[in-house]
Design a protein. Sequence first.
Length: 409
Amino acid sequence: MPIERVETLVVGGGQAGLAMSHMLGKRGLPHLVLERQRIAERWRSERWDGLRFQFPNWSIGLPDFPFPHAEPDGFATPGEIADFITAYAAFIGAPIRCGVNVSALRRRDGASGFVAETSDGAIEADNVVVATGPYQRPRIPALLPDNAAILQLDASRYKNPSQLPPGAVLVVGSGASGAQIAEELLRAGRRVYLSVGQHRRMPRRYRGRDLIWWLDEMGLLQRPTEERGPERSLPLISGAFGGNTIDFRQFAAAGVTLLGRMERADHGVIAFAPDLARRLAYGDASYAIFLDMMDAHVEARGLDMPRDPGARAALPDPLCLTEPLRELDLRAAGIGAVIWATGYGFDFGWIDVPVLNPAGEPVHAKGITGVPGLYFLGLQWLAKLNSSLLSGVGDDAAVLADHIAARLK
Ligand SMILES: Cc1cc2nc3c(=O)[nH]c(=O)nc-3n(C[C@H](O)[C@H](O)[C@H](O)COP(=O)(O)OP(=O)(O)OC[C@H]3O[C@@H](n4cnc5c(N)ncnc54)[C@H](O)[C@@H]3O)c2cc1C
């Protein structure tokens, strides 16, 4: 069987793979995109129904393709984002094959370039762009053994409250996913326990503007990777329920029991670290620092924006903070489900090219690896803060397309 050959192979048919396709196409560079399931699959099958895009509609777009919307300040559903990315694929005429999994990637024997083993046969390529997502595999701490009496789901498999057995729910993780899922369950009438970890709260709106306006105005969306500080937690924002600032004190006032970090479980009794007050203080401090930054920006630029003293109002410490629970007996608390919202890791085991560090993370500079012709796109902070976001992936794709064009010359 003759092996199929392409100049550039793009692996992954999400926003990153398609932005790459667009940038290659604009430069007249032949390529093929392979997607193992459907276009924008993760927005179709790995997001919950009540999730809303964290960026307001007015700010959404892919290169040369704005997001159609009736409500500029609204927040899109996962289905609307998936449809938008699918429409983008049609708009750019992406040469994409869906339902084709790339199971291995290696260097070509005795020649430059690569061989991709796929569910549809081998493909040789001079260049490969890996665009398989920043959030590939849920990371679940091995704390709770499988127990038929308790349903355990990670955030990518959670869909809605009715999917869960009756009873209380323990949500582990206080990033954007954990916080939003906890809020949605509470609103659905569930008793909710939320194990809170390190987080960085941000205001949804301040002084009359949405957070995304501020990030853009202050140049933070474009902040280069070299200026990334040591902080690794993702900003805690939400577009759900019209888009509100997440405040765990408000959660507690509404009935959520906040807990420290989950430490261990023994026969259905979970122990939590005595760190809840410290975690909330950190989240509140990062929130206050950000308000200060915005105020300083207004001052420095002489902007005419209304003051917003309400943004600094803080609720008193709830009982679950002053007298934190250190142990929780799942059965006694009537907990029927545990949702793990504990983040994601990489799944690059299929790449047999020396571009991964011992932790399995790609080693690259702005997506360009040390192996000529092999690139990554769409990763967190690939080149700048918004590299993994819909709004930022196009710029990075353009840089990689230019690099590929120069290489082919
Ligand atoms: C819960 C959640 C909420 C988010 N909300 C926002 C938001 O509001 N705004 C925002 O800008 N970003 C958000 N993000 C971040 C980011 O936009 C998404 O993760 C986005 O899906 C990344 O797009 P991507 O194309 O880089 O990767 P993905 O969407 O992950 O696409 C990668 C594609 O590659 C395919 N694939 C993987 N491996 C292979 C293989 N071996 N062979 C063939 N195909 C393969 C997958 O099926 C997938 O379709 C969110 C992320 C999460 C997890």
